[in-house]
Design a binder for this molecule. Structure first.
Ligand code: COA
Length: 180
């Protein structure tokens, strides 16, 4: 990770800090995010959301991480949609506080999540989707080695409309699934 920032698993104790960071960055992130209800920006709303993330983690479907400077969340990255069997695939999503942008934080966090996906979860690939004009996120993916493989029309409901996304993947290794 970059100097002064740690990446660790999210906990319910992050709820107040995450609510503050998401509220501070609300206008900045709006073009890249689904529309959120007001409670999303409150400690109680984040407590409930983190509870759902941790239930998905316990079910083996998600690894949710927070990026913290001291005790203050400055970003987050989730490895979700984890599928095993012959697919062994996951999907990644991330954001970084505007005040910390351009310091290499998303790139470092994505590299670490890819390492965990390969070495600890044993995934074969990771997928990511970005808005067509999200050049910062596309640059992050390119720096980590992701390749563009498609364009999904009206893929996600972002900022009030179904929007086209560019799809990227990183192949992590070519080992067969366990036990085969
Ligand atoms: C995308 C995002 C996570 C990047 O975080 P970050 O910590 O600033 O990323 P990094 O510093 O690791 O790398 C950013 C790269 O994009 C480049 N970049 C940033 N804005 C850019 C722009 N408008 N045009 C071209 N390149 C741009 C930076 O120069 C840097 O590349 P470089 O290292 O070659 O100079 C952050 O901007 C963000 O949270 N955006 C809003 C939410 C979002 O888009 N999430 C991803 C959804 S797919």
């Amino acid at each position: 990770m970059i100097d002064g920032v740690e990446m660790r698993g999210v906990t319910v104790d992050d709820a107040a800090g995450l609510a503050g960071a998401l509220a501070r960055n609300r206008a900045y992130m709006a073009p890249y995010e689904p529309r959120r209800p007001e409670e999303f920006y409150t400690e109680a709303g984040q407590r409930e959301r983190i509870g759902a993330l941790l239930a998905d983690r316990d079910g083996g479907r998600l690894l949710p991480f927070v990026l913290v400077a001291g005790d203050t969340p400055v970003g987050a990255i989730n490895l979700g949609s984890i599928a095993l069997g012959p697919f062994r695939s996951g999907g990644v999503g991330y954001w970084v506080d505007r005040a910390w942008a351009g310091k290499g934080l998303a790139t470092a966090a994505l590299r670490e999540v890819c390492r965990i996906a390969r070495d600890e979860v044993g995934l074969h690939r990771i997928e990511a989707g970005t808005l067509v004009d999200n050049v910062a996120s596309q640059r992050v993916l390119a720096k980590v080695g992701f390749e563009r493989f498609g364009l999904a029309p009206r893929y996600l409901h972002i900022d009030g409309a179904w929007r086209d996304h560019r799809l990227f993947q990183l192949l992590l290794h070519d080992n067969p699934p366990d036990g085969v």
